[in-house]
Design a protein around this ligand. Structure first.
Ligand code: ADP
Ligand code: RBF
Ligand code: MG
Length: 384
């Protein structure tokens, strides 16, 4: 397979951009105006759907008296007002810059109309210039899952479809890429749905896990001692009771935070193992390694944040304010054949974090104001 790939074709919504969270916000506002209450547990039903399909789901779920076309035309201006508030997904900027700086011709192929695509990417520095072709749903006869969009993108780049690598978050997108005779990496927006993506050549949790060298493309060279620096993010809250499993089952206590306080920030960050600094108001600042996600070994249904402070405490500290600065990434969440192998791996993660946090690129965040006093700044702000 390696050496085959000469061109990359990226999907936009859900793959590079966290469009879903803005769509949710807009739908929530619209529902409120119509006397209905948005149910965040239903948000996942909109992921990977075309705007038309998603609209139909909302109308049906909330019993709204509009036609799909009416609803879409009412919501369109609310959405376009928000284009520049859509955040890049983890690893999107990094991937785009990498492909560009290594001269890998890259196209954007989305079911959205071309004008929407251009409006959305214009909000992000360096994006527009990074694509040698942009194909919108209005430029071909049929959108995904038909292969047309991808074939058109290949044509505009003078690429042979079998030499193209597609990166997609949705099932229709994966189907389209395969129908076009291309290689496809799936980055599902919907958690725990990897089985459905079995037609993809590879399924990954986030763009941070793309390994270009697997496809004969130039590798990333930003890994440092088994860690990947990320744009730091910050969360805090009182330590609450978790599943009561950390110490008992694994011998590894994890101080859980109330995830509902920062559902937005957590949903922005893909599941995986991260590390950084942890501040406890009355005790000090400690190194920390944590998992975010559904903990496949335990098959949890809620996404949780599980920080293990790399320090031995004589007592527990439930109820105390815990502040976290998350500065680097180690690996995707994994399932393990045995409890022993999970425990062993978590200890490896701990050693990696312990060592990496002494590197200046990570060590400097130990002095973040946020770790000492988060109340002076928003929970997702830059705490440096
Ligand atoms: P729970 O499921 O309630 O989170 P755990 O077995 O995971 O229970 O234990 C976590 C608790 O242990 C934390 O809330 C904290 O009070 C305490 N604790 C003691 N040492 C540590 C540590 N090094 N890292 C995280 N939590 C610790
Ligand atoms: N659980 C998993 O199922 N898969 C993992 O890959 C995984 N990695 C972890 C890495 C670290 C650093 C920590 C602290 C925990 C990890 N866990 C993982 C979660 C662990 O199972 C969690 O602490 C328990 O669910 C206890 O609540
Ligand atoms: Mg815990």
């Amino acid at each position: 397979m390696s050496q085959l790939i000469s061109h990359v074709i990226l999907d936009l919504d859900g793959t590079l951009l966290n469009t879903g969270s803005i769509v949710s916000k807009v739908v929530k506002t619209f529902l409120a105006k119509n006397g209905k209450t948005w149910d965040s547990k239903k948000a996942h039903k909109l992921v990977g759907k075309t705007p038309y399909e998603a609209a139909a789901v909302v109308l049906e779920d909330y019993g709204l008296p509009y036609s799909t076309a009416e609803f879409l035309s009412m919501i369109a201006p609310m959405l376009s007002e928000q284009w520049c508030n859509i955040k890049p997904l983890p690893g999107a900027n990094r991937l785009i810059k990498h492909l560009r700086s290594n001269g890998v011709p890259t196209a954007l192929a989305s079911n959205s109309p071309r004008s929407n695509i251009v409006a959305k990417i214009s909000c992000h520095q360096g994006w527009k210039e990074s694509f040698s072709a942009i194909v919108g749903g209005d430029e071909v006869e049929k959108g995904k899952p038909s292969p047309d969009i991808f074939l058109e993108a290949a044509k505009r780049m003078n690429a042979t479809p079998s030499n193209c690598l597609v990166i997609e978050d949705s099932l229709p997108g994966v189907a389209a890429g395969k129908a076009a005779g291309m290689h496809v990496i799936a980055v599902p927006s919907v958690p725990k749905k990897t089985a459905e993506f079995s037609s993809a050549d590879e399924v990954i949790d986030s763009l941070l896990d793309v390994r270009p060298e697997k496809w004969g493309l130039p590798p990333f060279n930003d890994w440092i001692e088994d860690t990947l620096p990320i744009e730091p993010w910050f969360i805090s809250g009182p330590v609450i009771k978790g599943f009561g499993r950390g110490s008992k089952v694994l011998g590894i206590p994890t101080a859980n935070l109330p995830a509902e306080n920062f559902a937005d920030v957590v949903s922005e960050h893909t599941s995986g193992v991260y590390f950084g600094w942890a501040g406890l108001s009355t005790r000090g600042i400690y190194k920390m390694v944590m998992s975010i996600g559904w903990n496949p070994y335990f098959d949890n249904t809620e996404k949780t944040v599980e920080p293990w402070l790399l320090h031995n405490f004589d007592e527990d500290f439930y109820g105390e304010e815990l502040r976290l600065a998350i500065v680097g990434y180690i690996r995707p969440e994994a399932n393990f054949p045995s409890l022993e192998s999970l425990i062993e791996r978590i200890h490896v993660d701990g050693k990696i974090a312990e060592k990496a946090l002494d590197l200046p690129i990570y060590a400097r965040y130990k002095d973040s104001q946020y770790l000492r006093n988060p109340l002076q700044q928003g929970s997702a702000s830059d705490g440096s």
